[in-house]
Design a protein around this ligand. Structure first.
Ligand SMILES: C[S@@+](CC[C@H](N)C(=O)[O-])C[C@H]1O[C@@H](n2cnc3c(N)ncnc32)[C@H](O)[C@@H]1O
Length: 215
C-alpha cells in the first residue's frame, strides 16, 4: 500500500520527468559558470573505471531518465535503475527498472546482490540518509562500492534535506567501510546564489562521497 506522501512525491516527479525526454548531451548543470557535465564525469572517472572492470550489477538510486549522463554506456546491460517516478524510468536505458520510494525504509533488493551503488543529486530528497546508507550496505556484495554526489544545500521546487557526506562517511566507518573519501567537485570559487526563474536555490558546493564495503 503506497502512502499519501509517496503518492504526492510520485506526482511531482512524474511532472518533472516530462522535461527529461529532451536530449541533454549539451547539458550544463549550472548554465553560467561553475560546473559542466565534463567536470562531473572527470571527478567520477576513477570510480566509473572500476564499475567497467567489475562484472556485477550497478544500482543507480534516484536514477531519473538519463543515468548515462554520468555512467558509462557499457554498464547499461547490468544497470538497475531505481526511481520513484515510472515516467522518468520509461526513458531510462537501464536493463532493469524498479519503481520505489527510497524514503520508505527497505529497498526492494535482496542482500548482497549489487556490486556498485550510485546516487546522483538525490540524497537531498531523503531525510534519513543514514538509514538509506545502511540499506545500501545491506544490498551491496562484500567489497561493493558506493559513489554518491549532491549539492550540500539546494532547494529545487520543494524543500530539500542537507547532504552532509562527512557525517555519512562516519556512518559507513562504523559499518567497517574502507577507502572512504569526500571530494569537492565544484571549484573553490563556487558562488552560492538563487536562480529564481528555475525555482533553484543553490547554497552549497557539490561534494562526492565514495567508499568500499568490507570483504
Ligand atoms: C534531481 S533528479 C536526479 C536524477 C539523476 N540521478 C540525475 O542526476 O540526472 C532526482 C531523482 O530522484 C528521484 N527521486 C526523488 N525522490 C525520490 C524518492 N523518495 N525515491 C526514489 N526516487 C526519488 C526523482 O524521481 C528524480 O529522478
Amino acid at each position: 500500500m503506497v502512502g499519501q506522501e509517496t503518492l504526492e512525491r510520485q506526482r511531482h516527479w512524474e511532472r518533472v520527468a516530462d522535461h527529461w525526454t529532451i536530449p541533454r548531451d549539451h547539458f550544463l548543470i549550472q548554465q553560467e559558470d561553475d560546473i559542466t557535465l565534463a567536470q562531473i564525469r572527470h571527478s567520477l572517472s576513477p570510480y566509473t573505471k572500476k564499475m567497467r572492470q567489475s562484472s556485477g550489477r550497478v544500482l543507480d538510486i534516484g536514477s531519473g531518465g538519463l543515468p548515462t549522463l554520468y555512467l558509462p554506456k557499457d554498464v547499461l546491460p547490468r544497470l538497475v535503475a531505481l526511481d520513484i517516478s515510472r515516467k522518468a524510468l520509461s526513458v531510462n536505458l537501464a536493463a532493469y527498472k524498479i519503481v520505489a520510494d527510497i524514503r520508505e525504509g527497505e529497498l526492494p533488493i535482496q542482500d548482497g546482490k549489487i556490486s556498485t551503488a550510485s546516487m546522483f543529486f538525490v540524497n537531498r530528497y531523503v531525510e534519513d540518509q543514514d538509514q538509506l546508507l545502511e540499506e545500501v550496505d545491506r544490498i551491496l556484495e562484500p567489497g561493493g562500492r558506493l559513489v554518491c554526489m549532491d549539492y550540500t544545500t539546494i532547494g529545487y521546487m520543494q524543500e530539500c534535506a542537507q547532504f552532509n557526506p562527512y557525517r555519512l562517511r562516519s556512518v559507513l566507518e562504523e559499518l567497517g567501510w574502507t577507502q572512504l573519501q569526500v571530494a569537492q567537485v565544484t571549484s573553490p570559487s563556487f558562488k552560492p546564489r538563487e536562480l529564481a526563474e528555475d525555482s533553484y536555490t543553490i547554497k552549497g558546493a557539490i561534494l562526492l562521497l565514495t567508499g568500499k564495503k568490507p570483504q
